[in-house]
Design a protein around this ligand. Structure first.
Ligand SMILES: [Fe+2]
Length: 345
């Protein structure tokens, strides 16, 4: 980007930020401002319930990109009390970019297991999703699998996966480094690359479509996409993709399946800390957990909250209990390795 263009983009970003800052009440009693990377259909029902129960009004800005950057630009005048996002990589980025503040709450600590919240209390998970193998019902007969095994030459030309640099894959690869070490993971990544049916690309669902069409036999994807395909009335052909595969939860007999999260942080300069905390504690509670996880076919982060029937139909599984704090440390290295092995080439 040229200097002029960068300046231009920055000026626009600041202008947008200032407009938003003036649009959202900076400090209003009985209100709480949320920046959400998560889509309206997922979070609005939660906010409606929260408003009904507490009388506190939730103002939301939705965007699929740029909210963290916006909070950095806004600095001390940021109206954001709470930021909602997905992925340990992005939660950790929010924490390390200095836009989050530590929250010391007994409610959050007791509702959210330590593996799924920041050791320094800056981010907290709300839902979990497993990164699993979608296997062709027709062409794959084994009913269990390990991540390690994906590098075995028996899968040569049979695996489909999205970009190695996508946050979902970086989370998985970072968990491999955390569990198996750097050297072994590099070898594994080379082996996985050698087994790919085609250049990585497309979203998670596109990989499952490729299993359906016969281009590959197994794909890596997050669990909730199974629900999204099974219930897709807008693009009903996706039901056929889902019908063609079964979910295998990798490493079920060893350390368990890699899980990632969606979560939240409290804005560093939250103008209304009490209301922000009230909302965060509500989101970690039983009712919100059931609603939130149910809407996107995810797993509640709070132990003991029932899974939806559809999610339960995919089977029980053991989650790798390594702390996401540990996984987050290795994401930059995982990203480096992806380039090193030419994973996306
Ligand atoms: Fe996703």
């Amino acid at each position: 980007m040229t200097a002029t263009r960068f300046l231009y983009v920055s000026v626009i970003a600041i202008a947008i930020a200032m407009t938003l800052a003036s649009w959202l009440p900076a400090r209003a009693d009985g209100e709480v401002n949320v920046y959400s990377y998560r889509q309206p259909f997922l979070v609005q029902p939660l906010f409606d319930t929260f408003e009904k129960q507490t009388g506190t009004k939730v103002n939301v800005i939705f965007a699929s990109k740029g909210l963290i950057e916006r909070m950095i630009e806004e600095g001390e005048s940021s109206p954001a009390n709470v930021l909602l996002t997905v992925d340990i990589g992005r939660l950790n980025q929010a924490a390390t970019a200095g836009i989050a503040q530590a929250v010391d709450s007994e409610v959050l600590k007791s509702n959210i297991p330590a593996s799924y919240r920041d050791a320094e209390n800056r981010w907290f998970a709300l839902t979990t999703r497993a990164r699993v193998v979608y296997a062709s019902k027709e062409r794959v007969s084994q009913d269990s699998i390990t991540y390690e095994e994906l590098a075995d030459p028996k899968w040569k030309g049979r695996i489909c996966v999205r970009s190695g640099q996508h946050a979902y894959n970086l989370g998985l690869f970072a968990s491999m480094i955390a569990n198996n070490g750097e050297e072994q993971t590099l070898k594994w990544l080379e082996g996985l690359k050698a087994n790919l049916a085609r250049t990585p690309g497309g979203g998670d669902r596109a990989q499952v479509e490729s299993v359906y069409s016969g281009e590959c036999d197994i794909a890596l994807a997050n669990t909730y996409y199974m629900g999204a395909m099974q219930t897709n009335e807008k693009e009903p052909e996706q039901k056929k993709w889902a019908e063609a595969v079964s979910i295998l939860f990798p490493n079920k007999d060893t350390r368990g399946t890699h899980v990632n999260v969606s979560g939240m942080v409290m804005g560093k300069h939250a103008p209304n800390r009490d209301n922000a905390l009230e909302l965060m504690e509500f989101l970690s509670g039983d009712e919100a957990q059931r609603i939130y996880a149910g809407l996107n076919f995810e797993y509640p982060v709070k132990p003991g909250v029932p899974w939806s029937d559809r999610v339960r139909s995919w089977g029980e599984f053991k989650a790798d209990d390594i702390s996401l704090n540990e996984v987050a440390r290795f994401i930059p290295l995982a990203s480096q390795m992806v380039d090193q092995v030419g994973f996306n080439d």
